[in-house]
Ligand binder design. Structure first.
Ligand code: SF4
Length: 381
């Protein structure tokens, strides 16, 4: 077992209101946010994990949510300088802030850039005002374009646009138009997700009529053609990037790297080679409860060593989403286990045509790419 690269995830859990499809740990901000107190609590929270990562350098930082752009640039700067005071952060670290096009009016993107943010992930979802309304988003098409202009004016060329497809009432042509409009904004990265109905959401209680699986598959194929033609390369099931602009933070997750997760509901994964162990640490979900518990050093509600079957599942689950697939030679280094522990499951997936064996690389076949959940089922603990 060897130490993989280390990232830092920071969860900022509030949104203006809850979108009906959203199952993230996000909470509608009813009153003024306790943002300064939350910032202070995040730095205290990070201190709790430091003994597990002494001397290790953080290579990427990701402010996710929720809606991180509800926090102003001063608060983000306080966090970034606080992190640098607590642990080594690479000078070349990728620092991403998720932003909602409807919540960036209090601080332009140049302020976030000056605070140390060098990558923006913009939650556009669609350019159709009608569908944005159905999705319960607080922004319209015009706000997306204003946000893109502000990102460009700030000189941030590394930005992602989040899009969803298979929306209620959407046609294949509508999905393709969304992708074309996103490409016209010249982002370095596009995340392209299918809308699914998740438990514990308003859409689960009152489901809208969604396009069927065949139409959704056609949308995926047609949108893929348009992105590929515009020189975006698909490197993960839902992620497309121009050369050199893959999201380093997400790649580290998918390659089964380590990450510290701080903030309400955040998860962390830390490898401890001296103990031949991988630790999973999870924080309390509710922001106000988490803030109170941090003060008492009790915000971590789960802290355990992953079992062998979990390590196998996570290693395969994450990496088989990548076009590059898995390096067999990394299996032992990342999991502390021998390849023979998993060869039976790999043989089964190969026999079903879900994987292709290419020397050291094991990749999802076109069948496995489409039916990724069948691969997951084989590796389930
Ligand atoms: S803005 Fe994003 S995180 Fe917030 S409720 Fe909507 S989908 Fe969820």
């Amino acid at each position: 077992m060897k130490l993989p690269p280390l990232s830092l995830y920071v969860h900022l859990p509030w949104c203006v209101r809850k979108c009906p499809y959203c199952d993230f740990n996000s909470h509608a901000a009813k009153d003024e946010l306790p943002a300064d107190e939350y910032v202070e609590a995040l730095l205290t929270d990070l201190e709790q994990d430091l003994p597990l990562v002494w001397g290790r350098t953080v290579h990427s930082i990701f402010f996710g949510g929720g809606t991180p752009s509800l926090f102003n640039a001063r608060q983000i700067e306080t966090l970034l300088s606080g992190f640098r005071g607590l642990l080594p952060v690479s000078p070349a670290a990728e620092v991403t802030l998720e932003a909602n096009p409807g919540t960036t009016e209090h601080d332009g993107f140049s302020s976030y850039r000056d605070a140390g943010v060098n990558r923006i992930s913009l939650g556009a979802q669609t350019f159709s005002d009608e569908q944005l309304n159905v999705l319960g988003r607080i922004h319209g098409r015009a706000e997306i374009h204003r946000a893109v202009e502000s990102i460009r004016a700030a000189g941030i060329d590394n930005f992602n646009i989040d899009l969803m497809y298979a929306l209620p009432g959407q046609s294949v042509n509508g999905a393709v138009q969304d992708v074309k409009e996103a490409i016209a904004c010249a982002p370095s990265h596009i995340s392209h997700y299918q809308l699914t109905i998740e438990p514990n959401t308003a859409f689960h209680v009152n489901p809208p009529q969604l396009p069927d699986d065949e139409i959704a598959w056609d949308m995926q194929l047609e949108c893929a053609k348009v992105m590929a033609k515009a020189t975006y390369e698909q490197y993960e099931i839902s992620a497309w990037a121009r050369a050199g602009y893959q999201c380093r933070h997400n790649l580290n997750y998918w390659r089964y790297g380590d990450y510290i997760g701080i903030g309400a509901g955040a998860h962390g994964k830390i490898t401890l080679p001296s103990e031949q162990a991988i630790r999973r640490r999870v924080r309390h979900k509710h922001p106000l409860t988490w803030m109170k518990q941090v003060v008492d050093g009790e915000s971590i509600i789960e802290d355990r060593v992953l079992g062998e079957r979990e390590r196998i599942f996570e290693f395969f689950l994450n990496q088989l989403r990548l076009r590059d697939g898995i390096r067999k030679s990394q299996f032992s280094a990342r999991t502390g286990m021998a390849w023979s522990e998993v060869s039976g499951q790999v043989e089964e997936a190969l026999a079903k045509g879900l994987l292709n064996d290419d020397g050291d690389l094991l990749k999802a076949s076109e069948l496995g790419w489409r039916f990724n959940n069948e691969i997951q089922a084989i590796f389930l603990p």
